[in-house]
Design a protein around this ligand. Structure first.
Ligand SMILES: *Cc1c(COP(=O)(O)O)cnc(C)c1O
Length: 371
């Protein structure tokens, strides 16, 4: 392990786990389907270049990012193959897309028009909106949609079409019907343009690739690559596990007495003599302040509950049940310690959000260490 990082607050990413998650997921797909690794947002906080290079070595030839800066960063780091920008790029930047051979998503009819006016010459894929109402050409009017696709095909370097599913992670009856209907609409459009040479037709995210029939030739695999669940109620295939651990240390230990309070706003009242430890990680590191008086950390395989409010750079935990805690002892914020674990998914459930947000929020000042 790289030992040049400061042991204050750091993330350990196990790239072998990402590789294993990829292999397990891969085994669930048929041979006609390739994986497009979604490494946007710094690979969901795991480090985009590191993750992409490992997957490239595994044979992955398709990558997806959210914007042009992420795309260029990957190219410069030696990522070959297709790099698809899933969202908007200002038209001023089109030359850079050509220079770095980056594939741009055509996000709307207006955007298509702009690209055609500018005689844009980078590769493009066209997004179809089948019900998410975020980006894409509306598929409801079939003939209009077909017209736009054909126009893009003749005027731009169109290499594919795709759509995005918005409830593929929910397995209840109604969501299932909605997803199947989105897929049906996508297939109908595919049929109408089956004469065009479009190498890529795809609609699956992590969830859909596992739980829905896929006849696209790419699965855009994000969250499950990192070992997290699309929704906390999902059950992942055996062997898939989180690749990221978040650690910190104990910076101070002290005894507090009845009548005292802990932290900003005096939200924690000490009722009996207790030992508390200060942890040098805070909301500026992305440790969510809503965990105040609610979350837990692990020290020596035992749970230590958070007492008082999370500060910008520090917070306090109750270590009364862990004898003789010492400064510089390792603290697990996300990950395993002994027989206990805290997962990003559990933390997300506590915070009424999703694991994606927990890992994306770990800020840049927290070094990523690769093990
Ligand atoms: C982020 C994203 C994905 C990946 O979704 P996961 O749920 O992380 O697998 C796929 N497609 C698009 C368009 C996305 O924006």
């Amino acid at each position: 392990m790289d030992d040049s990082y400061v042991r204050r607050s750091w993330v350990e990413v196990d790239l072998a786990i990402i590789k294993k998650n990829y292999d397990i997921y891969r085994n669930h797909l048929n041979d006609q389907t390739d994986i497009m690794a979604v490494v946007k947002a710094d690979a969901y906080g795991h480090g985009d270049v590191e993750v992409a290079l490992v997957l490239q070595n595994q044979g992955v030839k398709n990558f997806a990012v959210s914007n042009i800066s992420e795309a260029i960063k990957l190219r410069k780091a030696g990522i070959g193959g297709q790099i698809l920008i899933l969202g908007y790029t200002p038209v001023d930047e089109l030359d850079a897309l050509v220079e770095y051979d980056i594939t741009q998503t055509i996000i709307s009819q207006e955007y298509a028009q702009l690209l055609i006016e500018k005689k844009a010459s980078m590769k493009c894929q066209l997004a179809l909106d089948t019900g998410m109402n975020r980006i894409g050409i509306d598929v409801e009017n079939h003939s209009e949609c077909e017209k736009i696709i054909r126009l893009c095909y003749s005027s731009l370097k169109l290499t594919g079409i795709f759509t995005h599913l918005c409830v593929a992670d929910n397995q209840d009856f109604e969501s299932d019907i909605f997803t199947k209907n989105q897929i049906k609409k996508f297939r109908e459009i595919c049929c109408m343009i089956s004469d065009l040479q479009l190498p890529y037709r795809h609609y699956c995210n992590s969830a859909a690739g596992l739980w829905h029939n896929n006849d696209g030739n790419l699965v855009r695999l994000g969250i499950i690559l990192y070992g997290l669940k699309p929704s906390y109620h999902n059950v992942l295939p055996t062997g898939i596990e989180p690749a990221l651990k978040w650690k910190s240390v104990v910076s101070m230990v002290k005894t507090v007495y009845p009548g005292e309070t802990i932290g900003y706003g005096r939200t924690y009242f000490v009722e009996k003599e207790m030992q508390i430890a200060t942890i040098p990680t805070g909301y500026a590191d992305g440790y969510n302040r809503l965990l105040s008086n609610k979350g837990e950390v692990l020290i020596r395989g035992k749970k230590a509950p958070i007492v008082g409010r999370i500060c910008m750079d520090q917070f306090m935990v109750d270590v009364s049940n862990i004898p003789d805690v010492e400064i510089e002892e390792e603290v697990v914020l996300i990950g395993r310690s002994g027989n206990e674990t805290i997962t990003a998914d559990e933390m997300a459930e506590m915070l009424e959000t999703i694991g994606y947000e927990i890992v994306c929020d770990i800020s840049k000042r927290v070094p990523r260490v690769y093990v």
